[in-house]
Design a protein around this ligand. Structure first.
Ligand SMILES: Nc1ncnc2c1ncn2[C@@H]1O[C@H](COP(=O)(O)OP(=O)(O)OP(=O)(O)O)[C@@H](O)[C@H]1O
Ligand SMILES: [Mg+2]
Length: 309
């Protein structure tokens, strides 16, 4: 379990993080979303013990970041937003170095290195020099390095930045796999839609405050409590609109054009199917009937003011 309790970070007149709290359990993949300067890196660095909080604390499997930073470090892998790699070092030497630092027993080191290389799809680069790797491979190597000590919590600060679409897709698969292995993964990004489909939980931070936290669907429901049904009919949309307006759970029915209607609806799925059945019984020639999903980018824009400190 990761428990983050009321973390604050104050830099003179500027408060970068204002009482952030949340908890995550093994297997959780948490998308930490916020615009530039929102406080993502500051929060992540506090959890990874690299930055001392002004107030508050966090514990990972009982180890406290303030009282037991070494106990925390043994359990976490932190991938910073900017990282340097060493020149004239081969991929396996680089990983061996970190395995040594993390006190992986010498007898296990080779198999650990093989495992993390396989997981990050870098086996063919085992003997290549680090500086000869492409940016996406370097990113994966950095992630491989975070895995040598089999941490319970991974903190990945914008791991997808600078990656091409294929490399992003591969990174996503890798993160899903880490979740399946029972690790807690925190991934930060500016882009909500990029994370929404594989994170089981997202948090939206703005000016140091967590504005929303929870499963994506739940956040969507909070923002948009009524659902919107888009209905396409072959003809007579005007009459259908009048008819719809009197039906149960319909809050409003709007005519978009001669074929399209939008209905604000507060019923559940069963009531939604009853609405469709009633339309068909009334001989309305329905071509399409579906729920419109909120655009995640819209949600993010609505939640955040876009203000930068
Ligand atoms: N060492 C520091 N001294 C003073 N202010 C700082 C320091 N580090 C960060 N800040 C400020 O804290 C705020 C949050 O910064 P942070 O790096 O956590 O944002 P972020 O969400 O990671 O942004 P980005 O998406 O640009 O990486 C910003 O206003 C930043 O200028
Ligand atoms: Mg950052």
């Amino acid at each position: 379990m990761l428990e983050v309790k009321e973390l604050w970070k104050v830099y003179g007149p500027l408060t970068a993080v204002k009482g952030v709290s949340f908890s995550l359990k093994p297997g959780d993949i948490f998308g930490f979303i916020g615009s530039n300067g929102a406080g993502k890196t500051t929060t992540i660095r506090m959890i990874s013990t690299l930055l001392e909080p002004t107030h508050g604390t966090a514990t990972i499997n009982g180890a406290d970041i303030i009282r037991d930073p070494m106990g925390v470090r043994r359990q976490i892998g932190y991938m910073p937003d900017f990282f340097g790699l060493y020149d004239d070092v081969k991929v396996w030497e680089y990983l061996d170095f970190f395995a040594t630092i993390y006190e992986v027993p010498p007898k296990q080191r080779n198999s650990v290195i093989d495992n993390v290389l396989e997981l990050t799809d870098l086996t063919v680069k085992r003997d290549a020099f680090v500086q000869s790797l492409s940016r996406g491979m370097q990113q994966r190597l950095c992630l491989a390095r975070c895995l040598v000590h089999d941490p319970a919590l991974l903190l990945l600060d914008e791991p997808a930045s600078g990656l091409d679409p294929r490399a992003r897709a591969e990174l996503k698969e890798l993160i899903i796999e880490l979740g399946r292995m029972g690790k807690i993964v925190i991934v930060s990004s500016h882009i909500l839609p990029e994370l929404a489909d594989f994170c089981n939980c997202v948090g939206i931070i703005e000016r140091g405050e967590m504005l929303a936290f929870g499963p994506v669907n739940q956040i969507l429901r909070q923002i948009q409590p009524t659902r919107v049904l888009a209905i396409t009919v072959l003809d007579g949309a005007g009459e259908v609109r009048t008819r719809l307006a009197d039906m149960p759970h319909v809050l409003a029915a709007h005519l978009e054009d001669e074929h399209h209607l939008r209905v604000e609806f507060n019923g559940d799925h069963e009531q939604q199917s009853e609405l469709l059945a009633a339309l068909i019984q009334a001989n309305v020639r329905v071509v399409q009937f579906h729920e419109e999903h909120a655009n995640l980018e819209d949600v993010f824009m609505r939640l955040t003011t876009g203000a930068v400190q």
